[in-house]
Ligand binder design. Sequence first.
Ligand SMILES: [Cu+2]
Length: 156
Amino acid sequence: MTTTRRTLLIAAAAIATAMPAIAHDYTAGDVAIGHPWTRAAGANGTGAGFMRLRNTGGQPDRLISASTPAARTVELHTMIRDGDVMRMRPVQNIEVAPGETVELRPGGFHIMMIGLTAPMNQGGRVPLTLRFERAGEVTVELAVEAAGARGGGHQH
Ligand SMILES: [Cu+2]
């Protein structure tokens, strides 16, 4: 086997291994939910849920709440700059305009899970129910990534 061919095979194997984590999307009405994920965290701690929300319809929609059996309290948060530090602040809802995509990501909007009822272990899945004003309710699974993950390995 030539070196080039071996390299290609290794690359193909790496892609195949990564596939199950990447193909991970949901829809609720006109809202497409792309790759919901979170970071590994211990019991009683806090976790943040991230995902991409795309409104494929013609009307504005809003994420109005979320819940999970994995945490005692769930809030919608954003990050704001306060002098030199970034602070989390609860928001009433997260609006997704028609045709727009809103990215929930580290440093921005996120779904705050407070008082984790069990550890969230890397490689696991955590159910999270999202409630939209128009699109209604959908339960997605957050893919649990490494504690310091930025989500860069799973963008699509
Ligand atoms: Cu937060």
